[in-house]
Design a protein around this ligand. Sequence first.
Ligand code: UD1
Ligand code: CA
Length: 479
Amino acid sequence: MSPAPFVFQPCAFSQPAFSPRVSPEIVNVVILAAGQGKRMRSDLPKVLHPIAGKPMLGHVLDTARQLGAAKICVVHGHGGEQVRAALDAPDLAWAVQEPQLGTGHAVLQALPHLDTAAPTLVLYGDVPLIRAATLRRLLEVATGDTLALLTAHLPNPHGYGRIVRIDGKVTRIVEEKDADDAERAISEINTGILVAPTDKLARWLPQLGNRNAQGEYYLTDIVAMAVAEGIAVATAHPDASWETDGINSKAQLAALERIHQRNIAEILMDAGVTLADPARIDVRGTLTCERDVFIDVGCVFEGEVKVGSGATVSAHCVLKDCSIGAGARIHPFCHIEGASVGAQSLIGPYARLRPGAQLAEDVHVGNFVEVKNSTIAAHSKANHLAYIGDATVGSRVNVGAGTITCNYDGANKHRTVIGDDVFIGSDSQLVAPVTVGRGATLGAGTTLTRDAPPDQLTVSRARQLSVPGWKRPVKKPKS
Ligand code: UD1
Ligand code: CA
């Protein structure tokens, strides 16, 4: 019996199996994503910039879905159509905020989409690494009419809204720009993520004013409104500070990418994968590894990649939507996409396996060999400088260096069929459609335009000629 593969989901670490769920089916989620993101200096809307190959807003949506949110409303502004086109789904509502008059004004735009009987969780589209477990803890303290704030103590709270408490009880939030020196000295900050009773929210939001340092309608002002009504304000805290880090610049994007990749690396290592350096791996999708897999530095995994037990992926390989069989060795600098590599196979260095390359066990594909839309049966070898496209290659075939399947006539693609136990001499061209019979040998340099019969030597090559007494030409003296 083969060992059960470890299935790695990039988001799985934020979804502990035994976390209690608090009425998850009745939570509204509002994701604020209307900010322009000027500091990204990009034509791409900020929330579409990828973390691990997925738009940062996509990470927030995934987390919202893990909570079992009934309604998810994205508030967008700048580049909204592009954002919607990239991420639209049947479970999403979209609200436009134009112009952007502040976070309170933003949530107000989402109100018509919300179920007033359920609490509303506010998330930010540019805070992509918030974990579902943290949000569940926040939802747990948001029972009844309680307003729940996700707060954190920061050594340098500069720039954030501060949590003002009297006798330990939260009384209001003051923004950095509106705060006095004493308030600025407070280290407990507002992460911006909160849960509010939606019926109350519907009453508070239209009452917000904008007489503050920024002339904005602050969502944070609902805290003082709640306190004035005698409504309890509770707080919860993230486990890690990066959970609530926002992205406003390319530097912050890169920093969170590294944190996210480090988290993925930790999960892989916990599952038994050996990483030469957990700081030098990039997983942009789902990497599933069986036991005793070794991954060297600088590898990129995209889409769905499966690696079988005991396989090695050497330095600087890019693997996308592919499977690597048990015990296979992928030597450095390989590019593998849409392919499957059989057990115990040897690939590379510098091999390219393109979509539809299906290699059985113990196949050797060496340096500067390209394989596309071809099956190669067990124990066959193409070790040097070859192109195998649209071909069916049998078992124990030896494809000599420089062999090319000429699969394209300029208009259509044709197949090459190579039987078991064929030996193809170096620098041969197989002009498809063509079949090489089982056990056939092609002499080096053959241009095969008709089928080669089984068990015979076929060679197409001008006969070798030697001219006795021939002299090299000599340069004429200059006149
Ligand atoms: C906000 C909080 C602050 C908190 C900080 C955490 C308010 C008034 N202040 O400050 O207490 O410490 O976040 O990062 O809420 N957005 C819109 N529409 C708008 C304005 C903002 O959709 O009109 C979105 C942004 O795209 C962003 C989020 O809301 O995703 C927060 O906006 P941002 O400008 O970063 O808030 P801050 O002023 O920094
Ligand atoms: Ca901010």
